[in-house]
Design a protein around this ligand. Structure first.
Ligand code: PEP
Length: 253
């Protein structure tokens, strides 16, 4: 039985005061039941990680970074390492979010190095994969997802991959208000799980959590979560208001 995993990606939003306010709002609204039934995490901007961790206090909510660099330390201006993130209390990190792939220009190879470093350093990575609209329209969704998964996980043992969560995020649904239908999402989630079974084992594929991301909202969370292979939600815009994010968590459990 896979525990639902609901995460809020705050992207480059909030400021020092609103990030703390948002964290406090989520922490005070997460009921004990929700905290037990689901894994809940937030991914604030790097600069607010420490204050958000403090604001979350003893709540069950975990914190992750939106990115990580693969080198442990040294002359890498502007980058943040796994050990720095662990040092301040982060549990998770995103790897290969579509905005990093398509806006910043990250390659599968770079994402693979980041993912490997995150696991080696004890962070739990969320590997984001998903196709562009033109790729879906050209019936290339499965090819894209296969390439991103195989390259993203290259060289990692089954044991290491068991630390990973996959987020299927069709790029055309991110921040656009367009949500994949539960059936469209389920089709790709099922494909991903079968692909992982072939790459590793049925046991690995049966245990790994696959989140859906792309305009998830309070009014579609529960329906998306009815699908057998949707194990959680990675939420962008709708995670920026505590009430909305709490409603999504409620819908997911
Ligand atoms: C995301 O940032 O991962 C995301 C899914 O964004 P949104 O929910 O705004 O589409």
């Amino acid at each position: 039985m896979r525990k639902p995993f609901v995460a809020g990606n705050w992207k480059m939003n909030t400021d020092s005061s609103s990030s703390v306010g948002l964290a406090e709002g989520i922490a005070s609204g997460v009921t004990e039941t929700a905290g037990t039934k689901a894994t809940v995490a937030v991914f604030p901007p790097f600069i607010y990680l420490q204050s958000v961790i403090k604001a979350l206090g003893t709540s069950s909510i975990s914190v992750g970074a939106q990115d990580v660099y693969f080198e442990p330390d040294g002359a890498f201006t502007g980058e943040i390492s796994t050990s720095m993130l662990k040092d301040i209390g982060c549990t998770y990190c995103l790897c290969g979010h579509s905005e990093r792939r398509h806006v910043i220009g990250e390659t599968d190879e770079l994402i693979n190095r980041k993912l490997g470093a995150a696991i080696a350093g004890g962070l739990l990575p969320v590997l984001c994969v998903g196709e562009l609209l033109a790729e879906r329209e050209a019936s290339k969704t499965n090819d894209v997802v296969t390439r991103q998964l195989k390259n993203g996980l290259a060289g990692l043992s089954e044991e290491k991959v068991s630390a990973v969560t996959i987020a299927y995020e069709p790029v055309w649904a991110i921040g656009t208000g367009l949500t994949a239908t539960p059936q469209q999402a389920q089709e790709v989630h099922d494909f991903i799980r079968k692909l992982l079974a072939g790459m590793y084992s049925d046991e690995l594929a049966g245990g790994i959590r696959i989140q859906y991301g792309g305009s998830a909202k309070p009014d579609n969370a529960a329906e998306l979560m009815t699908q057998p292979d949707i194990d959680g939600l990675l939420v962008g815009g709708a995670s920026l208001k505590a009430d909305g994010f709490l409603a999504i968590i409620k819908g997911a459990i």
